[in-house]
Design a protein around this ligand. Sequence first.
Ligand SMILES: [Zn+2]
Ligand SMILES: [Zn+2]
Length: 213
Amino acid sequence: MYDLHTHTIFSDGELLPAELIRRAAVLGYQTIGITDHADRSNTTSLVRTLDPMRETASAYGIRLLVGVEITHVPPVEIPLLAREARDAGADIIIVHGETTTEPVAPGTNAAACACADVDVLAHPGLISIADARMAHDNQVTLEITSRGGGHNRTNGHVVCVARAERCLLAVNSDTHAPSDLMEMTERMQVARGAGLTEEESTSILSGKNLPFL
Ligand SMILES: [Zn+2]
Ligand SMILES: [Zn+2]
């Protein structure tokens, strides 16, 4: 079990990293990504702040992926920030995609899918086929999300374009509060509800095809 996309008090989440890690370990996760919102003001410091938490996670028997979610930055800055995060030691780099309910700059999905340093495009909204093709070419994983507030309403579309362009997919919670973390049955419901078959869901939920796991 993995969840690649979560938030702590270092952006707009409710939990300290240690509590988030502990709660995920108790739920049975093997891997948790902590990916607080990042722009030019905090990318390197977020990665450095989380660095010692890998050891805390391993004391609880879970692997921490130290990451960032590059959020609401002008698309031109995305490759620079992804490189900065990687240079600072990030294990996973997420870009906050163009949901249908937020004023994310147009071109964000394209910039993320064109960047080989980006691992995951979160909640990509009504992503185009052309962007999905670039995501495939650059091994950028598209996200199926359980998060409400409009984030999850385009999951079915994301599955359709991902199938057409043979994109990698991951199911994440985008946890901000403790109750956002999913149990295994909920992860399966989110995957199946997005239109994935049981076989596809089992494979995607195992994360076995994800290059960074
Ligand atoms: Zn947030
Ligand atoms: Zn997020």
